[in-house]
Structures are given as structure tokens and as C-alpha cells.
Design a protein around this ligand. Sequence first.
Ligand code: TYD
Ligand code: MG
Length: 475
Amino acid sequence: MARPISVFVCSACGGETLKWQGQCPACGEWNSLEQRAVRRPSPARSGSGQGAPGSGPTGAAPVPLGTGTELCLERLPSGQGELDRVLGGGIVPGSVTLLGGDPGIGKSTLLLQVAAYVAEGRGVVYASGEESVSQVGLRARRLGIAATALEVLAETDLQSILDQAAGRRAALLVVDSIQTVQSAAVTASAGAVSQLRECTAELVRFAKTTATAVILIGHVTKEGAIAGPRVLEHLVDSVLYFESEAGSRFRIVRATKNRFGAVNELGFFAMTEAGLKEVRNPSAIFLARAPEPAAGSIVTVMRDGGRPLLIELQALVDRMRFGAPRRIAQGLDANRLAMLLAVLSRHAALSLQEHEVFVNAVGGVQIDETAWDLPVVIALASSLADRAVPSSLVSFGEIGLTGEVRPVAYGEERLREAQKQGFRVAIVPRENAPRKHLEGIEVIAVSRVSEALEAALNRSSPGSTSRPAPARGQS
Ligand code: TYD
Ligand code: MG
């Protein structure tokens, strides 16, 4: 007989201790320990139930790799190409995926659409603990998917959900949300960390033994993590986050963990009256610019998640009034900005020591690559001079401490994307210039910062933001 014992699990870090304490010894968080009952398996039976069918009573037997173990791994298309690409080509049978995101962002909408699509050919159970069947039905009608074979289950008891999914031999089980399900094996209430861990572990076991693909919806805490950092992420195969700019109808799905594909893939969606629609040309979203070129604005090609993406960068340089000058970067690394300002001052005779500097990646994206160095520097110079670079100009490239412009990865791919989106001039690192002439786009290859600024400002026009010079000498 397994002897039930209890442990205390931290709701912040997931760390375990054997006795209750006011403070978690692992992460130092106060009042975060919750009691949880665990049944330790007796040594003789440990490891059973996880392995291949037909395993003996003493546990799973090893199976030679390549003897049909990959047979059932044909991926299920989700009906949403953007989601499939984030998952690495579709939903893997037997996998467990966690989809996190703020309330109201569209998690239920997306998965209802996916569930309805998959239900056209396979058994699907959509377990909703958040909404009643009629509420889900109402939403489905709005999405135009009311008449599908999809089965909705308004249930929060984990065992009943698993029984229903197993009884229907479901190919896909959606749990909306993991915070609402409850396992009878744990005394804590739904949403408590001990429940989340137990239910998720149970769902993982279910997925692996029945080859049912399981997708869990998870709410995000204030800190932006699903139910306390890293509590569930370890257990599941893939973790997707659904994000959006406040007030925007565009949504981005990002994989932060993926056992069956690349991480940091991005999928783009737009929320419409009829549900989520894929966005096939995401560059267009971030480029909704005023037709008039403006001083301080430039377009760059970032490459996030396996494809190039055009983004507008904006810089504002303003004379400092008092105190220490501010350097503020939105969506970009502020330390790197400080470095670029030093390089500008030292190698391009452009000192912004007495100016406040603001830099922004438009559209709320976060750029984590060095390719934005060169466009940011050009945008700063453009703002300082109050001269606008042409709106058909793009730039990308890394800048080194000696004022040299260094190449970045995927140069040609970025150039092609810019050309496809109708850009006519590109200022890029010399090593990124294509060997063959690219139709329709003039490539200006530079190797020094000063060269790049000269090339950009030579083509600029007086800024449309021109305003009377600030009154000087005010007290
Ligand atoms: P929902 O999927 O319920 O979000 P989550 O499950 O992440 O909490 O999405 C709710 C929002 O989406 C709500 O504000 C209304 C909006 N919405 C649409 O704009 N169009 C639609 O077709 C649907 C179903 C929802
Ligand atoms: Mg929901």
C-alpha cells in the first residue's frame, strides 16, 4: 500500500518542502506554501503505466527505437495555418500543449475554432469549466461553427473529463481552463498550485497513454506567467503564449517551449466579428504608417520566429530642459541604446549628451536582435536634424564599438521581404549586400556608421514635424 504523505508546494516557484514554513526556502516568497497530498509509489511498481502497451507487471520494457514507435505521430492540422507553424507543423498526437494569455484575448475563441475544425474528421472533446454549454454554443454560432460534430462538456472534475475523452476515443481534448479543473486526489480547491500540478500531470499521463492530443488553456498571473512561474511549463510538451497590444485587434501566438518544433515561432491573428482570422502578411500590420515621411521614423526588417518582419522604429531627440537626460527605449534594450549613443558621439561626431532620447518599436513588439542598431542610429540622426528619411527606405545592421557596421544573419531574406513590401532603398552592412542585383530595390552597402548617416541624410527631406525652434535662454 502506498503511504500518503503530504508536502508543501510553493505557489510561486513550485519548490517543495516537507514542513510548512512562512517563507519558501527556494525562492523566498512569503505565505506561498500550500499543502499537497502525495502518494509515493512503492519501489517495486515505480515506473509502471508509462510505457508501451503490453508492458509487464514490473514496469515498462525498453523498446528499440524505430520499430513503429513513431507510427502514430502524424500531426493533426488545426485548421489555422499560423497556429500549425507555431506548433512546428500541426498538433502532435499524444502531446500536451499549454496556451496562456490574458483574459479576453481570445484563447477560448481560437481553441473552439480549432476543436470544430478537427471534429470534422476525428473525435474531439471540448471541456469547458469556465462557460456553460449554451454559452459555448452561443459563441460557436457567432463563429459560424455551430453545426459541427464537436462535443462540448461542461465539467470541472478531471476524472469525468478523462473518462469522457477516453470513452469517445477523442483525438483532441481541449481543457478550458486548467485553473478550473479539479482532481479528487487533491484536497486543495481548483486553481491552487497543488491542483494545477496534479491535474496537469494526470492529463500528461492520459495523453501519453492514449495518444490523445491535449490542449490546456491557462490564465496568466500578474507577472505574466501561467500559475506561478514554471509550475506547469515543466510538465507539458509545448507552451504557447497569446499576446496582443492593448486595444489592438491583432494577436500574436508565440511558442516559448516546443518539444516538436522550433521555439520563438510567431503566428499572427486578427480578432474579427467572426472569430480569429490568420494574418498571412504580418508586415502590413506593423507598417500602418502615415504616408508622409516623418523625421525620426524608419523601417527595419527584424527576423523573429523564423521569418522576416518589417517594423517601424521611431526616435525622438529633444533638448534636455533640466536634470539628467533621459534615455528611454520601448521594445528595445536600453543598455544597447546607451552604447549606440556613445558610438554616435565618438565615431559620427553626433553628440546627444544634452538631449533626451526616446526610441520606440511600433506595434508593441519586442526586438531582441542587434539588427536594429543601424536603423535606430539613422532614426536618431533624422530626428536630431529634423529631416525625414524617405518612407521607401529600410535599414538593418549591427553596430560595433569602433563604429563599424557589422553584418546580421539572413541579410538577403530581409532584403527580399523589404522589396516584396515595396521598399525601394536599403541601407545595409557591406557584407549583407547581395552578390546578384535585386530587382526593384537599391542597396546601399556601408561599413561605417558615419557612412550610413551620410547616405540616409543625403536622401532626406525637411521633416514634416518642423516646428518653430524651441525658445532658447529661458530661465
Ligand atoms: P475569449 O476567447 O473569450 O477570450 P479568453 O478565452 O482568452 O478569455 O475572447 C473574448 C473576446 O473576444 C471578447 O472580448 C469578444 C471577442 N470576440 C470577438 O471579437 N469576435 C468573436 O467572434 C468572438 C467569439 C469573440
Ligand atoms: Mg476563455
